[in-house]
Each structure stands twice: as structure tokens, then as C-alpha cells.
Design a binder for this molecule. Structure first.
Ligand code: OVV
Length: 412
């Protein structure tokens, strides 16, 4: 650290230095790090369970225990200051905050309850036959293509169809969904060129999204339309229902698209694991969890301290942003034996790919259903999946995935 940096750093940085807290100058949001973040996470874990990130003035938590403790204590580590780097208490958010993610109890519990009324085990179970039917056709066509792009021909196509239908979207305009997710997930990071580009390239996207969230845009009986039943019961306002539909559209598509592409890439790179799944399809549920542990989609989010606290002996002040590195926690050897091995037979209980605590992914059953169905059909129909070229990554400040995955699929 040079003198200039010291002079310009704030009180929190001086405290970190004076208290012997490990310091990292890593920028987790640059392309070089996003290309392969795992060695950088390993270095952060080696530095310690709490690391001062000089570039952004935040404490990072790279280890399992501290990530879980912080996500499990919403009174001390709040979300109403935003789940990203930006502090909503002092900076203006780029969009109206999510009334689900970017709020604390009791407000959070009211909106979460509305979401769970429409998105619950029974409503997700009811979607299975339709999800299976689409997967049967789409995976058959994918396998018959032989050589194709696993993103365009399956990974993006499948969720766009089944999730779009389940939420109740019109068939046209769904190409707006991925660019919107891109803005949202870039928005949890710094206002870097990546975030600015995703906003600038797609000015019409938020307009399409706002329209798609309206009651009259959503098909009868869909998850989205059912959120408006809460308005009719007098439990939420029309605007709140629209914002809850927006949460579905923000968090529900990119995530499953990227997880499917990550799954295919990881199985192509670990053909023994693919053979295992084909030989024992009952492993599919655990395979989904292992994809999320080993190379999950959502890599991190922030919390903000509501009072002076100490984490693993490191004292911090109120209003301090804390970076919870869930994807690093999922590789912590103290929690996961042979943490860097992709093994679909391992114990995956407690993996943090869907987060943890009161804000844990509300759509996780729906996501699991999509992933489980596609991987099951694929294992039944495809002997092998090979990469024919290096996959092209899609870079985003918060989520990890691919935009193109050229593969050769051998039919059974
Ligand atoms: C978990 C998550 C990610 C992105 C957006 C939202 C939630 C939302 O509620 O809008």
C-alpha cells in the first residue's frame, strides 16, 4: 500500500491496517478475475476469514462459516442498504429497490409471504408435466443436432420457454429478459464499465420489463398473475404486485440459463461424472447441487452492518459493507473435503449457491425442477458431451455463465 492510498483511505481502512486485518488489493470485478475466480478465492481464504478489500473499502468473507453466520443474522447484517456494493442509505439506487431482496423484516416478511403463496412446493409440483413435455422435445432436438451451441439450443431456450410460460409472459419480447438480468446482476457490483455498458446497450429493456409486470400483461393462472390475487385480497398494492413480478423476472431467468450452461460445461470437462449420472440417474438431484457448489451462478452479495460488530475477531463499525463470497465458501476445504473436485456423489448439504437465511432463493424449487428435468433427459439421450471449442464466457459482476458453448453430443 503506498502513502497516497493511505492518505485517501477512510477510517475503516486505517482500522483494518492498525488491527492487523489482512488486506487484499484484488478487484474481483475485472475480466481477468472473473475468467477464473477460484484461485483468487483460495488466496483470500488463505489470507483469513475476514479480508479488507482496499479497492472498494469493504470486508470480504471468503470462508464458509462466516458467510453462513452473516447471512443467518439479518438483524446485524441488513439488506435494506442494498444487497450490492452501493449503500442505499447514502447513494441513490439505479432502479426502485426490490421489495423482496433489498428490504429487512418486517417489510420483507410481508412480501416474501406473498411470493410464497404463489411459489411453493405445490405450485412448483404442478408445473412438472409441462416442464417435462417441453424438455422431452427440446433435448431430443438438441441431441439430434449433433454439433451445436449448448446455450442457444438448450441452456437459454429451455428456461426462456418454460419459466416465461410459468410466469405468464407473452411469447414475444422474451429476448429482453437476459439483458435485464444482466443489468440487475451487474448492478450489485461497482459502477464499472461492465455495468454501464449493460445499461447503455439496452435502454428499451426496462420499459419492456415494466410493461410485462402489469396485471393485464400476464396470462390467467400464471405465477405472475397469481401475485395480483394478493391485491384483490387487500394485502398488497397493485404497484407491489408489479414489483414482485419484477423480482421473478430479475432473478429467475439468467440464473437458470447460466446454471444450465455451467452444468453442461462442467460435465463436458468431467466425462467420468457424466458417465456416473448416466449409469445412475437417481444422482441427478445431487448433481444439480454439486454444479451449484462447484461452479455456481450467483457468486456473491453484500450485507451492511446495523451496529458495531466483530467477525472472527475483526471489529467493524456501523454501516460497513460486507462482501459475502458464497462461491468461495462453497470451495472452503474446511467445509468440503476435496473442495476443488467436481464430484456428483459427494455430500452437498448446505451448499450456498441459493444463499442462506431469510433471503435464500425463493424460487430454488423451481430452479431445481428445471435443472433436474433437463439433466435427466440429457442423461437418458446423450452418451457423451464434448466441447468442440473453448466456451465463450458471459462476464457479469455477480453471476457466472457462458454465452456460447460449442459442443458435440453423441446420441445414445
Ligand atoms: C436474488 C435476486 C437477484 C436479483 C434480483 C432480485 C433478487 C429482485 O428481487 O429483484
Amino acid at each position: 500500500m503506498d502513502q497516497i492510498e493511505l492518505i485517501h483511505s477512510g477510517q475503516a481502512q486505517l482500522d483494518a491496517l492498525l488491527n492487523d486485518v489482512p488486506v487484499s488489493h484484488l478487484d474481483p470485478y475485472v475480466t481477468e478475475v472473473l475468467s477464473d475466480p477460484y484461485p483468487h478465492y483460495a488466496e483470500l481464504r488463505r489470507l483469513g476469514p475476514v479480508v479488507w478489500m482496499s479497492r472498494y473499502g469493504v470486508y470480504a468473507l471468503p470462508c464458509f462459516r462466516e458467510v453462513k453466520d452473516v447471512l443467518g443474522d439479518q438483524a446485524t447484517y441488513c439488506s435494506s442498504a442494498g444487497a450490492g456494493l452501493s449503500n442505499f442509505h447514502t447513494e441513490k439506487p439505479w432502479r426502485h429497490p426490490s421489495i423482496l431482496l433489498e428490504v429487512d423484516p418486517p417489510e420483507h416478511d410481508r412480501t416474501r409471504q406473498q411470493m410464497v403463496r404463489v411459489l411453493n412446493p405445490a405450485s412448483v409440483r404442478a408445473l412438472r408435466p409441462q416442464f417435462e413435455a417441453v424438455a422431452t422435445d427440446m433435448v431430443r432436438r438438441f441431441v439430434d443436432l449433433g454439433e451445436c451451441d449448448a446455450v442457444a439450443d438448450l441452456g437459454a431456450a429451455y428456461p426462456t420457454k418454460v419459466f416465461g410460460d410459468a410466469v405468464g409472459l407473452r411469447p414475444d419480447g422474451r429476448e429482453n429478459l437476459l439483458p435485464y438480468g444482466d443489468m440487475v446482476f451487474n448492478g450489485f457490483g461497482p459502477v464499472n464499465d461492465r455495468f454501464k455498458a449493460s445499461l447503455a446497450e439496452a435502454a428499451a429493456v426496462p420499459v419492456w420489463i415494466a410493461d410485462a409486470c402489469k396485471r393485464e400483461s400476464l396470462t390467467e393462472g400464471s405465477l405472475g398473475r397469481n401475485l395480483y390475487a394478493g391485491v384483490d385480497r387487500g394485502e398488497i398494492t397493485e404497484d407491489e404486485a408489479a414489483l414482485l413480478v419484477r423480482s421473478l423476472l430479475s432473478a429467475g431467468l439468467d440464473t437458470t440459463v447460466f446454471t444450465l450452461s455451467n452444468a453442461i460445461v462442467n460435465f463436458a470437462r468431467h466425462p467420468k461424472q457424466w458417465s456416473r449420472l448416466r449409469e445412475d440417474p437417481s444422482l441427478v438431484r445431487n448433481a444439480v447441487e454439486e454444479v451449484l457448489r462447484y461452479d455456481g451462478t450467483f457468486h456473491s452479495f453484500y450485507r451492511t452492518t446495523t451496529r458495531p460488530v466483530e467477525i472472527a475477531g475483526v471489529a467493524m463499525d456501523t454501516s460497513q459493507k460486507i462482501l459475502a463470497l458464497t462461491a468461495s465458501a462453497n470451495r472452503d476445504a474446511a467445509q468440503w473435503p476435496d473442495a476443488d473436485d467436481f464430484d456428483i456423489t459427494r455430500r452437498t448439504n448446505g451448499q450456498l449457491g441459493f444463499g442462506y437465511g431469510i433471503h435464500a432463493c425463493v424460487g430454488q424449487m423451481l430452479a431445481r425442477l428445471e435443472l433436474e428435468i433437463v439433466l435427466t433427459k440429457l442423461a437418458a439421450m446423450a452418451d457423451s458431451i464434448e466441447l468442440t471449442e473453448a466456451p465463450t464466457q458471459h462476464f457479469n459482476n455477480t453471476v457466472r455463465g457462458y454465452k456460447r458453448v460449442p459442443v458435440r453430443v453423441k446420441a445414445r
